[in-house]
Design a binder for this molecule. Structure first.
Ligand code: CJW
Length: 819
């Protein structure tokens, strides 16, 4: 229907918003004035905003199609989007119109925004990074599509019962999701099981087909991704698994109609739930199904669109398409693209391999051995027989190349093989991703160096040109402009508003750092944000934070390598000092921890319980008063971080050096004027480089020192030589924090004394405590702290995901939407 008359663009003023708000309330939602509740109001407003996104979305799609530009596809099992309304309002510059429209009804936009559930389709940093990247791609007007899974259940909701984590399901789609558009016409079919069958085609060539499979439908649901004030709206396409209607006749005839229909449910399990593991062990069949489901549906989608335009001629395909693999999770895409090109479009191996290795790029996010994905060859063969054949062939040809470079070195071939031999052979997904990609990147400078020198050193020796660094970033729209409107206003008034899309312009603040008025307003803004954070803590934890105290915050997934335990030891140390009346020159401090533990991760759950037990003692001891508070915030999530990062003074980034690939929370805190206490790990190193060592509280061993000390690590000697540390351990070991729960913390406490403690908590205790003292002293010097805070924001420009995405585009994707 090409003769459809173009519609006039929707007006953006208050009156037009009011019209559409009411129209959606009545015509879309069927409400009467009497029945109206806050959820309806939110939906009506969201739909009025969505209407304005829709027209920009279709025109962006049309423009990118007309330009025939190169495209990139971000393949990720996780997109941690959070809420959409506030973000769309900011990017479309609709705030004042909406305020005007809502004013007539006595409504506040903030209250409506609170109605939206977080889209929590991710675990932590890796998933949130994908969301920040989409924001930056749209803002830079790069034609990038995100591909993921539309999980029916997102990241679990964390409750705390008697100090312990309890997981509750997050059925975020139950009441519908206004931001998605279902596109059933573009459904793809994904197959599982069966076997490979060889046949000879009409030209006499041997071909393979995959037969006796079960088919699952992949139904796309698209979400608009608006750029900042540029009329670009990109797409996040999430696949939902659905049963195909092709009933098995056998079952039908046997009169098992209802059973047959009910059994179709199994197909839908694939997109039912997000796996709640962050950097930890895996190996579940359903997870492999999810990975292949995403990879296959997305590649078929891209290829179908290509063939529609170009027929089955793939000569220009690599010049026009690039797939970015978010860790190894979607890396079966390497083999799946080979399968599609060969079995469906009948290309030969060599041409298919050229195309694959010119279009795939892989990002590694972790060095932790337990997070490196391996799949049992047996499981793979059973679920994806055609794919395992292809992987073996890729490996055979690859090992040939290795043996050419290092003749006779069979040990090296064994080490580099995509297949790890043994009683239960495994597919090493990282090696498949490296072999199948033209680019392999780490996510911070140190991380990439460690990849090149350690984990992937032999691949780096073979293909040094593949390896590159792309230091992570976060979007300054959500993580500064939207979550900290008071600071945004102050920045705009001081240096103009160009920083929103050009974050390095924040350096203009430096020349105002001595300006008395700015400094006092800076503090006022921080206090206002601390008040909001304190209100949330009081509401969710029942703990009162004094806003004059230093807000000391560590929020992230709970993992031993992130060392929340070290943080708790420090709190116990401060508590012990108070009990010993060692409180001269005291800086009152409010410590906040938050984060989810993988449901099967025993030690992480113990750390949560310990934190809550210590909190209970500290917060109720009359000797302590306002000198020290400790709270564990339940259900840490994107929308909570929006309040937290704005109201934080001290950002805890205290992982064992060499273990945190990058970190991205560290960047959000920095942008909002928090000062970091941290180790030389991940992006902390680059943060310190930018802000200067006088504006960063450094402590702890370096990555190299960690590895050197490991060989003769003696935590018991360290504790014995440190009176303060010994007293902390004595308090813990006496059961002081678990008086009616005898022995529950034994394993946690013992881990500190274990010479094989991989995270070497004891090694950094004293330097951590000393750095904390320096931070406390600096905080008491209000003028000094204000300077540090302003400079942290001023020097945070590098950590915009706009910079990161510009780097990806320049070095890897090379999208040029002009051509
Ligand atoms: O990625 C962030 C980094 C952060 C790093 C995180 C990461 O820990 O330092 O800032 C963005 O680059 N997440 C994972 N690896 N690294 C990760 C996430 C989910 C996972 C997983 C690893 C899920 C599974 C397995 C490993 C699973 O099987 O469900």
């Amino acid at each position: 229907m090409s003769n459809i008359k173009p519609l006039a663009p929707l007006a953006m003023d208050g009156q037009a918003i009011d019209q559409d708000f009411r129209r959606h309330l009545v015509h879309t939602l069927g409400c009467t004035a009497e029945e109206l509740d806050a959820r309806d109001q939110y939906e009506a407003l969201a739909l009025a905003v969505r209407d304005r996104l829709m027209e920009r979305w279709t025109s962006t799609r049309q423009r990118h199609a007309d330009q025939q530009c190169k495209r990139a596809y971000y393949l990720s099992l996780e997109f941690l989007m959070g809420r959409a309304l506030g973000n769309a309002v900011l990017n479309l510059d609709l705030e004042s119109s909406i305020r005007e429209a809502l004013h007539a009804y006595g409504l506040e936009i903030e209250a409506l925004e609170e109605q939206e559930l977080d889209a929590g389709l991710g675990n932590g940093g890796l998933g949130r990074l994908a969301a920040c990247f989409l924001d930056s791609c749209a803002t830079l007007d790069l034609p990038v599509v995100g591909y993921g899974i539309r999980y029916e259940y997102g990241m679990f909701r964390q409750e705390i019962h008697e100090g312990a984590q309890v997981e509750e399901p997050d059925h975020w789609l139950r009441d519908g999701y206004v931001w998605e558009i279902k596109r059933p016409q573009e459904t793809r079919k994904v197959r599982f099981g069966g076997r490979s069958e060889f046949y000879v085609n009409a030209e006499g060539a041997t071909q393979v087909r995959w037969v006796d499979t079960e088919t699952v439908l992949a139904v796309p649901h698209d979400t608009p991704i608006p750029g900042f004030e540029n009329n670009t709206v990109n797409t996040l396409r999430l696949w939902r698994a659905a049963a195909s209607d092709e009933f098995e006749l056998g079952e039908f005839n046997a009169g098992r109609y209802t059973e047959s229909v009910a059994s179709k449910n199994e197909a839908e399990h694939i997109s039912m739930v997000l796996y709640p593991n962050d950097s930890s062990e895996n190996g579940k069949e359903l997870r492999l199904r999810q990975q292949y489901f995403l990879a296959s549906a997305s590649l078929q989608d891209v290829l179908a669109q290509w063939v529609e335009k170009h027929g089955a001629n793939f000569d220009q395909f690599p010049a026009k398409n690039c797939f970015q693999l978010n860790d190894t999770h979607p890396s079966v895409a390497v083999a799946e693209l080979m399968r599609l090109l060969m079995d469906k479009y009948h290309l030969g191996w060599n041409r298919a391999w050229e195309i694959t290795t010119e279009t795939m790029a892989y990002t590694n996010h972790t060095l932790l051995p337990e997070a490196l994905e391996r799949w049992s060859v047996g499981l793979f063969r059973q679920l994806l027989p055609r794919l395992i054949d292809i992987i073996f062939e890729i490996n055979a040809r690859f090992l040939q190349e290795v043996s050419m470079k290092w003749p006779g070195d069979t040990e090296r071939q064994r080490r580099m093989s995509i297949i790890e031999e043994g009683p239960d052979p495994q597919v090493r997904m990282a090696y498949l991703a490296i072999v199948g990609s033209f680019s392999v990147n780490g996510v911070a400078a140190l991380h990439t160096d460690l990849l090149k020198q350690g984990l992937f050193s032999e691949f780096n020796a073979l293909w040094p040109e593949k390896f590159n660094n792309k230091t992570n970033g976060v979007t300054p729209r959500r993580w500064l402009a939207a979550c900290n409107p008071e600071l945004k206003q102050l920045l705009d008034n001081t240096i103009g508003s160009s920083w929103v899309t050009s974050l390095s312009d924040l350096t203009k603040l430096e020349s105002h750092v001595t300006d008395k008025k700015l400094r006092s307003e800076w503090r006022q803004v921080k206090f206002a944000n601390k008040r909001k954070l304190a209100a949330m803590v009081e509401q969710d934890c029942g703990v009162q934070f004094d806003i004059e105290s230093m807000f000391d915050v560590q929020v992230k997934r709970i993992h031993e390598y992130k060392r929340q335990l070290l943080n708790v030891l420090h709190v116990v140390h401060l508590y012990n000092r108070i009990k010993n009346s060692d409180t001269g020159d005291w800086t009152p401090r409010s410590v906040l921890l938050g984060g989810k533990a993988a449901p099967g991760y025993y030690m992480a759950k113990q750390i949560i319980k310990l934190t809550n037990n210590v909190a209970k003692v500290v917060n109720t001891d009359p000797d302590v008063g306002n000198r020290l508070k400790l709270a564990f915030l339940p259900n840490y999530r994107v929308s909570a971080m929006e309040v937290i990062c704005a109201g934080t003074d001290l950002s805890e980034q205290i992982s064992t050096a060499g273990k945190e690939a990058s970190g991205t929370g560290n960047m959000k805190f920095m942008m909002n004027g928090a000062v970091t206490i941290g180790t030389l790990d991940g992006a902390n190193i680059e943060i310190r480089e930018e802000v200067g060592d006088e504006n960063f509280f450094l402590f702890g061993l370096t990555a190299a020192e960690v590895e050197a000390q490991r060989l003769h690590y003696d935590p018991n000697a360290i504790i014995a030589a440190d009176e303060g540390f010994e007293q902390v351990m004595a308090l813990l070991e006496s059961g002081f924090f678990n008086q009616f729960e005898s022995g529950i913390f034994d394993s946690v406490i013992q881990s500190i004394r274990n010479p094989h403690d991989p995270w070497m908590v004891a090694a950094d205790f004293r330097s951590f405590v000393d750095a904390q003292q320096l931070a406390a002293d600096a905080y008491r010097d209000e003028e000094r702290w204000t300077t540090m805070s302003i400079l942290n924001t001023a020097k945070s420009g590098k950590f915009s995901s706009d910079r990161t995405i510009a780097d990806y585009n320049r070095d890897i994707w090379k999208l040029n939407n002009e051509q």
